[in-house]
Write a protein that binds this ligand. Sequence first.
Ligand SMILES: NC(=O)c1ccc[n+]([C@@H]2O[C@H](COP(=O)([O-])OP(=O)(O)OC[C@H]3O[C@@H](n4cnc5c(N)ncnc54)[C@H](OP(=O)(O)O)[C@@H]3O)[C@@H](O)[C@H]2O)c1
Length: 243
Amino acid sequence: MNTQPSILITGASSGIGRALTLHYANAGYQVWAGGRSMDKLQQLCNTHQNITPLLCDLTDFDAVKASASQLPALDILLLNAGTCEYIDDAKQFDGALFHRVISANLIAIGYCLEAWLPLVKQGGKLALTSSSASFLPLPRAEAYGASKAAVSYLARTLSIDLKKDDIHVSVIHPGFVKTPLTDKNDFSMPFLTSPEKAADIIFKGIDNHKNEIHFPKVFTWLLKAFALLPFPLWKLFAVRMTK
Ligand SMILES: NC(=O)c1ccc[n+]([C@@H]2O[C@H](COP(=O)([O-])OP(=O)(O)OC[C@H]3O[C@@H](n4cnc5c(N)ncnc54)[C@H](OP(=O)(O)O)[C@@H]3O)[C@@H](O)[C@H]2O)c1
């Protein structure tokens, strides 16, 4: 009988998800590593026998649903995959961009939950990766910020409703982490964290049944403090940022 704990991680082919995959594999977990890039997933699998690729576009409900038949019971379901695109000119609102981001960051999570949540064992854990961008309305983040604010709400609602099923839910609010996603950013990113450090913090947070995992603390507490400001005051700051 296989006694290794099991985890499914989405977005495993890159950035934070890749670092998490290696972290859990090194900790002895049987890891199902989700992504769309088979070559990157295969590279990961070549490093550890206990990593299995799960090739799937999470915005394709039929594909997500079909994948469930190849999966075992899970100790942890970690929905980390996501994308970031900014609205450059709100007046010329890009509805297709908005759809892409909301689909990948939010709707896909609904697909994953329908397909995979039944596999999570009693006493198991679910973790959703949101963003500290969800704390405050930030310039150009109409799509990304809205998707992540919804993910945070979703996670907290699930945390209430899955209590009776003995599934613990953690919501993850990272600050800036150096990954291909942030390499595209054209602004300075304070307190940039490495993906390995992020993975270590997330691993410990999930292990310790944290409701919220946020880091780096100096940055996320600062954002949380700003979020307490009356909106007109925050708006003054935020409008200045756009100049
Ligand atoms: N980096 C940061 O500073 C930061 C801060 C806050 C929150 N986050 C969140 O952390 C998560 C990971 O971000 P990251 O920085 O590690 O980004 P990343 O390096 O760009 O990795 C994104 C991952 O998501 C996967 N993915 C995206 N769309 C997908 C889809 N439709 N179907 C399946 N997989 C999909 C990608 O798979 P393929 O490459 O195989 O397509 C990739 O593995 C995201 O949810 C992001 O919003 C990141």
